[in-house]
Design a protein around this ligand. Structure first.
Ligand code: GLU
Length: 420
């Protein structure tokens, strides 16, 4: 099938992964396109008044991958390189992720091609509100529920919730997740993805029989996922020796003082220039010898060019799609590396988003302890099921996780049947 209009390296990558899984699951040819291709996609152009009086037109997308199990769910990305194809790939991964951890959602993703770092707060607010306005026909608590992703945050979710609520005439907290707690957000949501990464890293250490105390971690991406994962791994006794963000990478073999680093980032906006650490080439950072490598930035970072040289025992994918299928082929020849695949590793975020949505629908809120307890239970179940399938069928952890996710969506489509 022609991939247009989604054709892009990231969508091709998601399709390649799907095809491998479809072979493992022996999904009939006739079902494959139905499972793979996004159900709906919307592209909008948005004129936004800038602070200097000019009107700038931005392009945004929302892709809903399948509607078989409930509303669709997924983040909104504000990044200069956002394309429809990338958003479609990210929506597909959300589908497999939600099914893997047992959430009653299809996958979705949204994105606007913009650089939020170059926008003033007022410009970002006007863009967010205009984007939400354009999406009103296709979002809603029973239809599609956006959340934060790269470049968006709690404040963006608050504006989305306000814009949607103003249109329907009453407060609708369940239309987005990852909101401020005051507006119906969930305790623990902000930290959920990073804490989930650290929980699964600790399970990987158990599985390999390695000690965590003093083990070295390298983190690419120091945003909401990477910084929280780093702190949570340090709580488990790991030493974070290098981190990178968009501006560059820093390294200190003795272990970075993360509290001081967070204060530096809050003040300067980047990890560079942190006292006591040496700046280093961000690409070389991925190849530093360490026990845990956490790519927590963008997709396609571990490729056929560096997969043979990464020097970790555990690859914990905090980002979506950080490892290409060609890199996976190389990693399959390197059994010393234990991969915690993205759809498992970063699923803590959407799991707590689900808890937030449930709390909003019931107007009944949980304690932090209840949220974290339930989060770890779902992660544990998904980790054990993935590991078990990987061992029983001799599959990579990625193929095992994807098989569980894709298999459940496939089964659900068969059960519902084809209408008319
Ligand atoms: N953007 C996050 C992800 O990629 C969270 C999505 C959500 O909470 O709906 O998983």
């Amino acid at each position: 099938m022609n991939l247009h209009p989604f054709e892009s390296p990231t969508f091709e990558m998601a399709c390649r992964q799907f095809d491998l899984v479809a072979d493992v699951l022996e999904i009939p040819e006739a079902m494959r396109d139905r499972l793979k291709m996004p159900k709906r996609a919307m592209t909008v152009t948005m004129p936004v008044r800038m602070d200097d009086g000019r009107v700038q037109v931005f392009v945004g997308h929302r892709v809903q991958h399948h509607l078989t199990l409930g509303p669709t769910k997924g983040g909104v990305r504000f990044h200069p390189e956002v394309t429809l194809g990338e958003v479609a790939a990210l929506a597909m991964w959300m589908s497999w992720k939600c099914a893997l951890v047992g959430l009653p959602y299809g996958g979705a993703k949204g994105g606007v091609a913009c650089d939020p770092r170059q926008l003033s707060r007022g410009e970002l607010e006007r863009l967010t509100r205009r984007y939400t306005q354009e999406l009103i026909p296709v979002i809603g608590p029973q239809v599609d529920i956006p959340a934060p992703d790269v470049g968006s945050d709690e404040q963006v979710m608050a504006w989305m919730m306000d814009t949607y609520s103003s249109q329907v005439g009453h407060a609708v907290p369940g239309v987005v997740t990852g909101k401020p707690v005051l507006l119906g957000g969930s305790l623990g949501r902000r930290e959920a993805t990073g804490r989930g990464v650290a929980y699964l890293v600790s399970r990987a250490f158990d599985t390999l029989g390695l000690p965590m105390q003093g083990a070295r971690a390298v983190v690419q991406g120091y945003g909401n996922v990477g910084s929280v994962a780093a702190a949570a791994m340090a709580d488990h006794g790991l030493k974070v020796i290098a981190v990178a963000d968009v501006s560059g990478a820093i390294h200190d073999e003795r272990g970075l003082d993360l509290k001081a680093l967070d204060a530096h980032v809050a003040k300067t906006g980047s990890v560079l220039g942190f006292a006591g650490a040496q700046a280093m080439d961000p690409a070389a950072m991925l190849e530093l010898p360490c026990e845990v490598l956490v790519p927590a930035a963008m997709e396609r970072q571990i490729t056929e060019h560096n997969a043979g040289r990464i020097a970790c025992r555990i690859l914990a994918e905090g980002a979506n799609g950080p490892t290409t299928p060609k890199a996976d082929e190389i990693l399959s020849q390197r059994p010393e590396i234990f991969v915690i695949p993205d759809i498992l590793c970063n699923s803590g975020g959407v799991i707590v988003s689900y808890f937030e949505w449930v709390q909003d629908l019931q107007s009944f809120f949980w304690t932090q302890g209840e949220v974290m307890d339930r989060l770890y239970r779902l992660l544990e179940q998904a980790f054990v099921q993935t590991l078990e399938l990987s061992r029983r069928r001799h599959l990579s952890m990625r193929l095992a996780a994807l098989s569980l996710g894709v298999g459940r969506v496939h089964e659900a489509k068969l059960r519902r049947g084809l209408y008319p």
